[in-house]
Design a protein around this ligand. Structure first.
Ligand SMILES: [Zn+2]
Length: 104
C-alpha cells in the first residue's frame, strides 16, 4: 500500500480544497487552498463514491444522477460494504501516515 499526501507544485502547500464535478462522469478536482492553483484530478469509478454522514438514500440519488438506475436488492448490502471499506480506508490512511511520520 502506498499513501501519498498531495502537494501543490506551485507553492508547496499541502492544504487542499476538493471539488466534486458531476457530468457523465464524476470527477474530483483538487485546488490548492493557499495559491488556488490546480493540483490534481481523479476520475471516480462507478459505484465507488462514499460520503461519510450521508444516508443510503443520498447514495441512491448519486447513482441516479450518474444515470445509473438503482436496481437489484443487493444495493443496500453494496452500500454497507462501500461504507465499511471507505471507513476502513480512512483509518488505514491515518495509520499509514502516522507510520511514515507524516502529518496531514
Ligand atoms: Zn499552491
Amino acid at each position: 500500500m502506498e499513501c501519498h499526501r498531495l502537494t501543490c507544485q506551485a507553492c508547496g502547500s499541502r492544504r487542499m480544497n476538493t471539488v466534486l464535478l458531476r457530468d457523465a462522469d464524476e470527477k474530483l478536482v483538487v485546488i490548492c487552498a493557499d495559491c488556488h492553483e490546480f493540483v490534481a484530478r481523479w476520475l471516480l469509478s462507478s459505484h465507488g463514491y462514499y460520503h461519510e454522514g450521508k444516508s443510503f438514500d443520498s447514495y441512491l440519488r448519486s447513482l441516479e444522477r450518474a444515470g445509473e438506475a438503482p436496481t437489484g436488492r443487493n444495493l443496500q448490502a453494496h452500500f454497507e460494504r462501500l461504507q465499511k471499506e471507505a471507513r476502513s480506508d480512512f483509518k488505514l490512511a491515518l495509520k499509514q501516515l502516522q507510520a511514515e511520520g507524516k502529518d496531514f
